[in-house]
Each structure stands twice: as C-alpha cells, then as structure tokens.
Ligand binder design. Sequence first.
Ligand SMILES: N[C@@H](CCC(=O)N[C@@H](CS)C(=O)NCC(=O)O)C(=O)O
Length: 310
Amino acid sequence: MSMVLSLLHKNPGEDGSLANGQSVLHQITITLPQPLLQRPSPRAKGNHSTNAELNRFSQIYPESTLEHMPEAAYCNHFISKEVFVYQLYIANKNYSSWSLRPWLLLTELNIPFTEQLQQFLPDNFANFSRFSPTAKVPCLHDGETVVWESLAIVEYLAERHEGVWPADAKARNYARCAASEMHAGFSALRNICGMNCGVRVKLHQYPAALAKDVQRIDALWQQGLTEFGGPFLAGNNFSAVDAFFAPVVFRIQSYGLELSAPAMAYAKRILALPGMQSWYQAALNESWRDEGHEDEMRASGIVVSDLRLS
Ligand SMILES: N[C@@H](CCC(=O)N[C@@H](CS)C(=O)NCC(=O)O)C(=O)O
C-alpha cells in the first residue's frame, strides 16, 4: 500500500543545532512497511491515533520528531491535525469526581488529549457555559463536536478507540450495566462522602442508605472480579467500568469505608495505577479550596487529617 506523506524536515543550522535550522517540506511516496499496517493495541479507529502509534511512527521515521508531527505529517491513519484534537474540560482534581472518569480512561488507554482544568468558583455557570451546554464538567471537545455527560463521552470514545469497553460480550454487558448503575445511582454515597482526595474523615454516622450503597458496590465489584477473573472489574484490562468506579476508590480512602477483602484489594490496585497516582498528586498540590465542597465534607464528619500540601 502506497501513500504520499508530507513531512516537515528540519536541517541543522550552521552551528549544528536544530533550533537555528531551516524547515523543509518533503513530500514522499512510501510503501507502508508491515509494522505500520499491523496497528498496535489499543487501536485507534478512524483518525485518532494512540501514543503507541505515534511512538511506532517515530521509530520508523526517526527524522520526524513527535514535536514536528502535528504540522508535519498528514498520513491518514497515523498523523493528522486531529490526533491532538481532544480537549477534556475538567475541574479541580481534589473534588471533581465526574471529571476523573473520562480523564482516567483517556490516560490509562494512552489516548492523547489536552487537559483543560477550570477551577470551581462560587458561581461556575458563566465560566463553564463557555465550553459546555450544561455548564458542568467533564466536557470533551473533538474539533467542532462537543460531548457533555461522562457516559456519552465514554461512548463517543468507544466509537473511535478499542479497549474502552471489554471485547468479550458478557464482560461488556456487565461493564455497561455497572457503569450505568454508577452514573445514575448511589446518591447516598455521593451526598455523604463527596470526593475530596486530600482529606481523611471520620464520619459522624453511617446511615442505612450509605451502608446499602456500599454493600451494593461491594457485590458489583465481587461479581465482576469473580466472573471475569480480574485484576480489573471486567477482566484482564482496565476499561470504562473501572474508570466509572475510580472516584469511589478515592471515597473509600478518604472516609475509611470498609468493604470485603477482594473489593478492598481491587481498590488498592486501582489506587496504584499511574493515572490515579498522577491525579492524586495533582489533587494534593492544588491550593484552591471550594467552600461548597469543604462544607459538605465537614457536615459529614470530622477531618482526621488533611494531606493537601498548601
Ligand atoms: N451527569 C453529569 C454530572 C456532571 C457534574 O455534576 N459535574 C460537576 C462536577 S463533578 C459540575 O460540573 N458541577 C458544577 C456546577 O454544578 O456548578 C456527568 O455525568 O458528566
């Protein structure tokens, strides 16, 4: 299979440095080598490429650095302006549980995106309305297309990237049901144990409605881990259902919630993921406080420790 590639190549300048070099546009016709045709997993569908694909490209064409690629190459499957187009609007990492879901999914699946973090303010409406019709986060922009609602974002990504939902039909059904249950339910857990990554709280009380939500989550997790063999909820790979329950994992940590041993082991595994660690560190480093979220947390319990760094 042949195709024409346009590459912006940089010749070294007189001092030998690329910084002072001249850019030259090359158009070359190439026959794609086999490794490029066998696209690596997780595979991008359509025009969106994964980091793995970009890395593969740069190994095969070392003269094109990743830095040059956005302007440089217009190879339909691998490199196009659209590769870098996803913009994910999120809010404070310490508090924004809905933002965490698509952020973690994109991060763990290695799908390139640009993070647009908008701070919670006493009135978010005007600011958040600039990028979302609901004035809420998360909101994904893909060029002109605006995708609001976390579950819709997941489905949008699933149409373009493999690995968002499990490949196995039974596991996929479980994953979709469990993620939808999380999207629509567990209001006692959400209201009483609002996500606040940096604090450790002793709850004033443990109401029956909260216990019921925690028990249901425990049962759901155990069902997935047992039926599909772990280490993730729907089997061997991290998928959207794990992303949907990621904020619950931070809540377990913050409020000292107790689940069965397999469920606690799962929570520990999720906490250890690079994406979760990175989110957590960023949350601890945030200096902003949102009084609404802080008041909710103080209404539920006593702060035993506050690990936030400033
Ligand atoms: N159902 C929405 C929920 C989004 C949501 O409630 N986001 C919160 C932050 S975690 C928000 O933007 N709140 C801002 C506000 O209400 O002013 C989704 O799934 O994306």
